[in-house]
Design a protein around this ligand. Structure first.
Ligand SMILES: [Zn+2]
Length: 438
């Protein structure tokens, strides 16, 4: 699957049996899902003709009543998905059960639908005929608040924290309106496939896209980053500490309330979003160090923690992590994803299936991160290490010592997407420091 310039496109394939209109279509869909999983399990050939892990398209598999129990009719697909995840990191998992609870429209009906890209979720919406609509809608953009900076700017004083939080949120509000204003007045002719031929809408020639920017048809996202470091700076504790968790949840609720206020003000669907922070994590960390110096546990890394995630170095088991993070995911309606780091699980698919069952009952959207690398120098098919050489983090084959990135295939979950093109030093440090959860 290629774009015209030969790059793998950022595409997400959503595999959801519940979407089929009738039994025949469901049967056909199951065949397609099976084939997609088989092909992903096999992989894609690299320069040496060795099958390796491709990054795209991202695959999402929906866990539902008809595939999650051993006696469910499509249990065999779930088993195949587990095998594929253990080797290739995808598919990722959406729990239909949890999503129907969380994504409820104004008629009181729950809906299960795909994210856009890696994690951006639309808000529930019904069209002028009272029908739910998800495909064809879009997001107007995102602006991210650096929660760590809010905390450190307050000097640990809670009154000051909420005051500075208000100021920064207002700044984000204004920045988001700049994004919105930039789109306003765009003519459908600017991109006929998107706006006239049905990819996103069927507008008239010469018509503006403005009506699609209001009333919840599209969303606009307030992103956030570094909840862990924010809470640590204010309370001295991780947000997993029961005495600090309520403050962390208050911060999340506060941002949701801001979105609600802006929505009422502009009739635009503002929504809170756990920013992927792919390379921005390094930029934010460097800026924090410049402004506030090195503060242990807060600014002493080349990265800050993604969204509401538990810190990557904090020892916690997979089940506790997913259960804890699910409370925060519910407060991140514009998008978020939770993950657990696992060792090579190919010989223990039962454990993978146990995690999948736990996801089904506990969290809307989650993924398992395995290691899937290949050294072209010696043929090593295990994990390639990140090592510190002269203060720089480099990738090194544990068998032959190869450090030439062009002679190895490394696939890691960077955020919600898998990356295979290597990362900046901050993100590489974050990847190096991840602890296993299983
Ligand atoms: Zn090697």
């Amino acid at each position: 699957m290629l774009t015209t310039n030969g790059q793998a496109p950022f595409v997400t394939v959503f595999m959801y049996l519940g979407e089929a209109k009738d039994e025949q279509e469901k049967h056909d869909l199951a065949l397609i899902i099976e084939e997609v999983l088989e092909q992903r399990y096999q992989g894609v050939k690299n320069e040496d003709g060795v099958w390796v892990t491709p990054a795209f398209p991202k695959l999402i598999y929906v866990l539902e009543e008809q595939n999650i129990h051993e006696d469910s009719p499509y249990w065999y697909l779930t088993q195949l998905a587990a095998k594929c995840t253990a080797k290739r990191m995808v598919p990722d998992y959406i729990s239909e059960k949890k999503m129907l609870e969380l994504k409820v429209d104004k008629n009181g009906d729950g809906h299960c639908y795909t994210c856009m890209g890696c994690r951006s979720f639309l808000t529930p919406y019904v069209d002028e005929n009272g029908k739910p609509k998800y495909y064809g809608r879009f997001n107007q953009g995102v602006v991210t608040i650096n929660l760590v900076d809010v905390a450190l700017s307050s000097g640990g004083n809670f009154d000051k924290f909420w005051k500075i939080f208000d100021e920064r949120l207002e700044l984000c509000h204004r920045a988001l309106l700049c994004r919105h204003e930039r789109l306003k007045g765009t003519l459908s002719d600017a991109a006929p496939i998107l706006w006239q031929h049905g990819a996103l809408a069927r507008l008239e020639k010469g018509e503006t896209i403005d009506k699609l920017l209001y009333g919840g048809y599209s969303t606009i996202s307030l992103g956030y980053a570094g909840l862990y470091e924010c809470v640590k700076a204010m309370t001295g504790k991780s947000h997993t500490d029961p005495s600090a968790t309520p403050f962390a949840l208050n911060v999340m609720q506060y941002m949701n309330d801001a979105c609600k206020k802006w929505k009422a003000m502009h009739n635009i669907d503002f929504s809170l979003y756990g920013t992927p922070l792919e390379s921005t994590t390094y930029k934010f960390a460097k800026c924090l160090q410049k402004r506030f110096g090195i503060i242990e546990g807060v600014t002493d890394k080349g990265y800050i923690t993604n969204s509401y995630h538990i810190h990557v170095t904090e020892p916690v088991d997979a089940f506790t992590k997913l259960a804890f993070e699910s409370k925060f995911q519910a407060l991140s309606p514009g998008g978020a994803i939770s993950y657990v780091e696992v060792p090579n699980m190919e010989q223990n698919l039962d454990a993978v299936l146990q995690v999948m069952k736990f996801i089904y009952d506990n969290i809307m959207y989650a993924e398992l991160n395995t290691k899937s690398d290949y050294c072209q120098e010696c043929g090593w098919d295990g994990e390639i290490d990140v090592v510190n050489e002269d203060g720089k983090l480099i990738w090194k084959c544990p068998r032959c010592g190869n450090t030439d990135q062009s002679k190895m295939n490394v696939a890691r979950r960077t955020c919600g997407y898998i990356g295979t093109q290597y990362w900046n030093q901050g993100r590489t440090q974050e990847i190096k420091e991840r602890v296993l959860h299983l």
